[in-house]
Design a protein around this ligand. Structure first.
Ligand code: ATP
Ligand code: MG
Length: 649
């Protein structure tokens, strides 16, 4: 070990210098071009959020107190009443925008559905009545396990309309994962589908839903949307077809006025680091936060923009930026059911061209896949309708950022790299596209009204270099707890540093005060006493023209403590020697970060939301049996990597 002390937790190695100021053209129509909002929020963040809540959200009863903050419990807009489905639908219809398209839905086989705000209001009201008819009362939990079809959004909004918190479980999860989540929430009703489309085939959902009901104890009714047309088993009395229940349901259902702090939904985290946590989100603060961030981060012009977020509604990104934020802002969206490579690798670009999408929000994992497939795929389509691009989910490697900027954005769309979590409810750190000069790989600055600070191991604030990312002030979309486990809430988020929310991620501040997310602190490697972030080594690898994607972990090593091990996916058609890649890392960020071993692989273990699972790669690299893989998307790749590691040892 070196005797040097690295109390700031993580060393900063990479030095990305490229900058991208917003163009004069973009600034002409941008919602924000200067620092006024930052200045206003810095003066008084509570007053700032209160202004957003007044301007962007409709309340049936005004609040008495903006914020009641008794660490770790925050209450926002205390005493206020509102209904989230009213905010997402009724108020737009009342304002004469009933004929405006809410969703252009595109099924994977190519079938489509166009839903206006007026139609959405009818369908949500009908389904809210259906739920009431099944005995769902205010406060009862409802589980949703659906493909990406409009009924998923309808079900969520119907729950919000009657004040029944939903718990959406991603349709790719197994019956056991669903059963665990049903039991944890003690849900009364499950809404599912016979099946959905994925890669040209129907994947059945109903069998898993049936198994989950068997394996759990609380479900009284199951509502089934017909989508796949596949055969399903049926339990009389328990199971109901959605279309049959809807036939007799009235389109009149008054939105229930809810307390600002009533539970809106539960959502379990992706499970990248361990067992998922049932995150609680409430009403007034959450809708304020998502409406505000959706509007300003994407520079939204609801009259003209077509917004497309490619996430699944089963993740927080789908909750906040397919359902709640965009609908509350009254904009038109694209919603797509399937995978990006059906029938061809250009499906996303075809959809952008077809619907003239102007704002596109996706994940770095998808961008790296597109890089692997090659720039000729987007080049087949006219993407000139695009004006803002966004990313979320993982740090974006600078080279992937540049690829996205050039090949999707045509070199002239600002990119907003948005850092946030299931727990934060909405975006926290991100550029504002008309105001911020971006740097590839940096999420730049906390949004107005958000206070993020880096600290070292002793909780001293760090204003240059690497540290732990903490949040020092409550924000409206903040989680209100972990369902049924207040102690885990306190331990997980509030115990590492006194009086601070610790998010689990590391970051660095550069000389200009830009924030660079460095991945999870659990993933930080310790090589001869140097604390190195996996993200920076991965980005150095991805900056090699032959590399599409890389995952790096620290494995036990007798001489250096930990050694850098890398797994690399090459770009389509590329070939490169492992030695070349090792020297490339050394020249990009330094010899200390040079991987001891590099494995070329066709794939990497990822969670079902597409995040690299380094925990498993570390197990593989250290020759251990891998632990819990329930949140893994495809476990066969782990066997392959284990075989490779064994052969190399
Ligand atoms: P679990 O908490 O169960 O392990 P998870 O953290 O993957 O799962 P999410 O809430 O979906 O669950 O993901 C939030 C995490 O995603 C953040 O803590 C961060 O590590 C990562 N992340 C999200 N956006 C960004 C971004 N723009 N840059 C860097 N990292 C990001
Ligand atoms: Mg997490």
């Amino acid at each position: 070990m070196s005797d040097e002390q690295h109390t700031s937790g993580i060393e900063a190695l990479a030095d990305e210098q490229r900058t991208f100021p917003p163009s004069e053209d973009f600034k002409k129509t941008a919602l924000t071009v200067g620092t006024e909002m930052y200045d206003e929020a810095a003066q008084d963040d509570e007053a700032f959020w209160a202004r957003q809540a007044t301007e962007l959200v409709s309340w049936s009863k005004p609040w008495d107190t903006v914020l009641d903050w008794q660490l770790p419990d925050a209450k926002w807009f205390v005493g206020g009443e509102l209904n989230v489905s009213y905010n997402c639908i009724d108020r737009h219809v009342e304002a004469g925008k009933g004929d405006k398209v809410a969703f252009h839905w595109e099924g994977e086989p190519g079938d489509t559905r166009t839903i206006t705000y007026a139609e959405l209001l009818d369908e949500v009201s009908q389904f809210a009545n259906v739920l009431k008819g099944l005995g769902v009362e205010q406060g009862d939990r409802v589980n949703i396990y659906m493909p990406m079809i409009p009924e998923a959004a309808v079900a969520m909004l119907a729950c919000a309309r009657i004040g029944a918190p939903h718990s959406v479980v991603f349709g790719g999860f197994s019956s056991q994962s669903l059963a665990d989540r049903i039991d944890d929430a003690q849900a009364k009703v499950l809404i599912t589908a016979d099946g959905g489309y994925r890669r040209g085939e129907v994947f059945p959902l109903k069998p898993a839903a049936d198994e989950a009901c068997e394996a759990s104890s609380s479900i009284e009714h199951v509502v089934v949307v017909k989508r796949g047309g596949n055969d399903v088993a049926w339990v009389d009395g328990r199971d109901h077809w959605y279309h049959e229940l809807m036939e007799g349901a009235s389109t009149e259902c008054a939105p229930e006025p809810m307390d600002s702090e009533d539970l809106l939904f539960l959502l379990y985290t992706s499970g990248t680091t361990g067992t998922p946590k049932g995150i609680m989100h409430t009403t007034g603060g959450y809708i304020t936060h998502t409406t505000f961030t959706h509007k300003y981060v994407f520079d939204l012009k609801p009259e003209t923009d077509i917004f497309w977020c490619t996430a699944d509604v089963g993740w927080i990104t789908g909750h906040s930026y397919i359902v709640y934020g965009p609908l509350s802002n009254g904009c038109t969206q694209v919603m797509y059911e399937g995978v990006p490579n059906h029938p061809g690798n250009d499906r996303f670009w075809e959809i952008i061209e077809k619907y003239q999408v102007s704002i596109f929000y996706t994940a770095p994992t998808a961008i790296r896949t597109f890089m692997k497939w090659g720039a000729e795929e987007p080049a087949k389509h006219d993407l000139s309708s695009l004006r803002v691009l966004g990313t979320v989910g993982e740090p974006i490697n600078p080279e992937a950022w540049i690829w996205y900027h050039e090949n999707i954005g045509g070199g002239n769309c600002p990119i907003v790299d948005t850092w946030w979590q299931t727990e934060t409810g909405g975006i926290m750190i991100s550029p504002l596209p008309g105001a911020t000069t971006t740097k590839p790989g940096s999420a730049t600055f906390p949004l107005p009204g958000v206070t993020a600070k880096l600290v070292d191991d002793e909780a001293n604030e760090v204003d240059n270099g690497g540290g732990y990312l903490t949040l020092t002030r409550p924000w409206p979309g903040m989680l209100r707890g972990i369902w049924g486990d207040p102690e885990r809430f306190r331990d997980t988020y509030w115990s590492r540093f006194p009086d601070r929310y610790f998010a689990g991620d590391g970051a660095k501040l550069d000389d200009d005060g830009y924030l660079w997310l460095l991945g999870r602190v659990d993933d930080v490697m310790n090589v001869s006493g140097h604390r190195i972030s996996t993200t920076e080594v991965e980005s150095a690898l991805v900056s090699h023209p032959a590399v599409a994607e890389a995952a790096v972990v620290g494995a036990d090593d007798a001489t250096t403590g930990q050694a850098v091990m890398a797994y690399v996916i090459l770009r389509g058609g590329a070939d490169v020697g492992v030695e070349d890649l090792r020297s490339h890392v050394a020249s990009e960020i330094g010899a200390i970060a040079k991987p001891k071993a590099i494995f070329i692989t066709p794939d990497l273990p990822k969670t079902r939301s597409g995040k690299i699972m380094r925990r498993l790669l570390r197990d593989v690299a250290e020759g251990r049996n891998i632990g819990d893989t329930t949140t893994l998307a495809d476990s066969s790749i782990v066997d392959e990597l284990q075989a490779k590691a064994a052969a190399a040892a």
